[in-house]
Each structure stands twice: as C-alpha cells, then as structure tokens.
Design a protein around this ligand. Structure first.
Ligand code: SAH
Length: 406
C-alpha cells in the first residue's frame, strides 16, 4: 500500500500546523487530491510546493479530512509500524501496573494512533475506534493488541456519537479472541471495582481519575491521623462509587454518594460489598446533584470533603458559557457545605473549558461564597493519558483541590 499512495496537496500557508507536527488536516486546508482514496486509506500529504509533510489516513466524510500517522518521510506505514506504536504504548504503561489492573493502553493522538482508544481491564481489552484510518486497519490492530499484551480478548465499544461525524456506524461487540465475562474485576490502589465493559460509561470505568481517587484515599488517611476521627465526605456524581470506595479504603468515617443513575448506584453498592466496607459508613442517594446540594445547605449539613466530578458539561465551544454557570453553581454550593479546614475536589472533563478558565470559574465561586480558600493541589489524568506536546487538545481533565479555612 506504501508504493504509490494518493497525494493530498494543501493550500498555500496551510502546511503550518503540520510543520509543527499537529496531526490533523482540516477539509478547508486541502487544495487538491490526486486520486480518490478510500476511507482510511494511506495518503501522502504535501505542501503547495510538493514538499513532503506527513503520511496520513484519509477521512472523506469528516471535517478533519486526514489524520497523520507520521511526519517522517522514511516511515513505512505497515504492520511493523503499527506494531511498533502499540508496543511503545504498552511499554509506557508498565510503571502503572503494580498499582492497577485498569488502565488506558492507547490514548489516540498521544500514542500516534489518531482515533484509537484502548483500555485494559485485567485480561481483557476494550477499544473505541473514532477514525476511518483505524477502522480500515481494525482487524490487524486487534491482532497486534492481543499479541503484544497477552490479553484474552478485545471487545469493541465504538458507540459514541463522534463516530457519525466520521461517517462510521456505531458498533458494539467482540472484535477478537474471547468474550469478556459480564463483569471484570479490576484492582486499583488496593480497591476492587467491578467493571461492565458492555454497558458502562466510556469503556466501563473512569480510569482517568485514578490519581485523584488516590489523592482522596490519602486525604482520608491523613485526616484520621491529624484529627483523631474519620473524614466525613460527600461524593457527587459518584457513578459506580470510584471516589467513595477510595475514601472508605483510606478510613473515612462516612461517605454520602450522589448520582442520578439508579443503575450506577446499584453497581456502586455491589462494589462496596465486594471490598467488605461496612454498610453504615456508606450511603447512596439517587438524586440530581444541583438540587441535592441546595437541600443539604438548607438543612445546615457540613462535610470535611466535597467531591464534584460531573459529566462533560461543555461538549463543544458553543456550550462553554452554559457549562461555566453549571460548574460555578455546584462549586459554590459545594464550598458552602465545607466545615473549617475542609477540602473541595472540583473537576471538569470538558476539553472546551481549559485549565485557566476552569480555575477562574472556581475562583468566581470562592468570591461569591465569601469563604477563605486556597488552591492546594492540581489534579488531572494519570500517566496513561500522556499529553503529546504538539497536540494540546489531548488535555481535557482538570481538577482543583481547594482548602477552606476561617
Ligand atoms: N466520579 C466517577 C465518574 C463520574 S461520571 C468515577 O470516578 O468513577 C458522571 C456521573 O454523573 C454519571 O454517573 C451520571 O449518571 C451522573 N450525573 C449526570 N448528571 C447528573 C446530575 N444532574 N445529578 C446527579 N448525577 C448526575
């Protein structure tokens, strides 16, 4: 396939982002295409003066018309090349393995495999394919994944709406190897979680919050040491109990967990039982967090830690303003529930709300709440979500640890 790839010629001046090794070619940057490449086919991207820029995969239906595999003219984009990328990705995650059996093995653009997400849960892999280039090579990639990891099966969860923008149908099912069990048990920093890879959010679990869950666990442990009693926490948007169980493992006195999904809460309860945590320490509330926070305030409740880990409020730049109001509203009400010396862990996973803006939003909540507050820690996705420095769009999750004192 490498011999005579179709040439994609960019308009004058539109080579700049590729020269900086940003991996996307927008539709508007393309001047001409010397042929009719199939979806996902390898193309050679050149500048208006025929200068080589990149090898890329063609996406005829997407506004991102091509995604670059490599900026090296000498590279051959073949099976050995894919194997080398996957092997690198697997090796890069090795240091995390003593801590967890749930991790992100391939993080798309950051691992130079644009549009491929692969998470590992124990002996199974779950992948999401978001680009025509990966789609065209999916069987080969699945085979390499199993060979390089020794895992038993690859399950596909290509069911997000983003697929449609790429002209790809949604697809869920076994891709290669053994069918994963109904529930896979993963262990993270000493806590056991059941993961349903078929219907769970994302690929089943929020592996990206691992370091923040450990921060919560450590805070609970430290609190008991310094206060002589356990931490009383409120975990909002708890999903299957990620932060709640980490807090219980750290010795928290009580954790109230809130989510609007009864299904998620049922799994969270099972996860608590799986770890043998005493039932009376953990309470699970099915409610809307916005309303629940107001109710707690009116009832005069206080907590030593409030966690706010909502879903993505801004899916695009158009929704940033509305999202900002929502982040501010919950952060403000969260701050008002804190006891003196209490912490607020507040997160945003909206890529469209950058770290600077998010900090401003939370500062606005601090001002309106009238409390004295300090930023004592920044949180984000773990080392299995590396940020490719030439692709800043890869940064999406940010969290602030805010300390409140009289
Ligand atoms: N903190 C979790 C991930 C949170 S995902 C972890 O570490 O695993 C976001 C969760 O918010 C989902 O479970 C969803 O059901 C819930 N949710 C969304 N909108 C909500 C609302 N208005 N009130 C309560 N829960 C909500």
């Amino acid at each position: 396939m490498q011999q005579h790839p179709v040439e994609v010629v960019l308009a004058r001046g539109r080579e700049k982002s590729l020269v900086k090794r940003h991996p996307w070619v927008y539709e508007s940057a393309v001047r001409s295409v010397n042929g009719t490449p199939r979806p996902g086919e390898l193309v050679r991207v050149v500048a208006h003066d025929s200068r080589f820029l990149a090898w890329a995969a063609w996406s005829p239906k997407s506004a991102i018309r091509a995604r670059c595999w490599s900026f090296d003219k000498e590279d051959q984009i073949n099976e050995a090349w894919f194997r080398a990328r996957i092997r690198e990705a697997v090796e890069a995650r090795a240091p995390l393995r003593p801590r967890t059996s749930a991790l992100r093995l391939v993080f798309g653009e950051a691992d130079r495999l644009p549009g491929l997400i692969v998470d590992q849960y124990g002996e199974y892999l779950v992948c999401e394919i978001l680009s025509a280039g990966i789609e065209a090579n999916r069987e080969m990639i699945a085979r390499i994944l199993l060979e390089e990891t020794g895992c038993r099966g690859v399950f596909e969860r290509s069911d997000s709406a983003v697929r449609e923008r790429e002209g790809l149908p949604r697809r869920t099912g076994l891709l290669l190897g053994d069918e994963p069990p109904k529930e896979i048990e993963a262990t993270e920093d000493g806590v056991r979680y059941g993961v349903d890879v078929r219907i769970g959010h994302k690929t089943g679990f929020y592996v990206d919050q691992r370091d923040s869950r450990l921060a919560a666990q450590n805070l609970a442990r430290e609190f008991r040491r310094t206060h002589g009693r356990g931490l009383r926490a409120l975990n909002c948007f708890c999903y299957t109990g990620g932060f709640s169980l980490a807090l219980a493992a750290g010795g928290a006195e009580s954790v109230v967990s809130v989510d609007s999904s009864g299904e998620a809460l049922a799994l969270a309860r099972e996860n608590a039982a799986r770890n043998g945590f005493p039932e009376e320490k953990l309470s699970w509330v099915e409610a809307d967090v916005f309303e629940f926070l107001r109710k707690e305030r009116n009832a005069g409740k206080t907590y030593d830690l409030v966690i706010l880990d909502p879903p993505k409020f801004a899916s695009t730049h158009y929704h940033v303003e509305r999202a900002a109001r929502a982040y501010k509203d919950i952060s403000l009400n969260g701050l008002k529930l804190l006891s003196p010396g209490g912490h607020l862990f507040t997160f945003s996973c909206s890529g469209a709300v950058d770290a600077e803006l998010f900090q401003k939003i939370v500062a606005g909540a601090v001002i309106d709440s009238g409390v004295n507050a300090w930023l004592v820690g920044r949180m984000g996705a773990g080392a299995d979500h590396p940020l490719l420095m030439t692709y800043p769009e890869g940064e999406y999750l940010k969290g602030l640890d805010i300390l409140v004192r009289p």
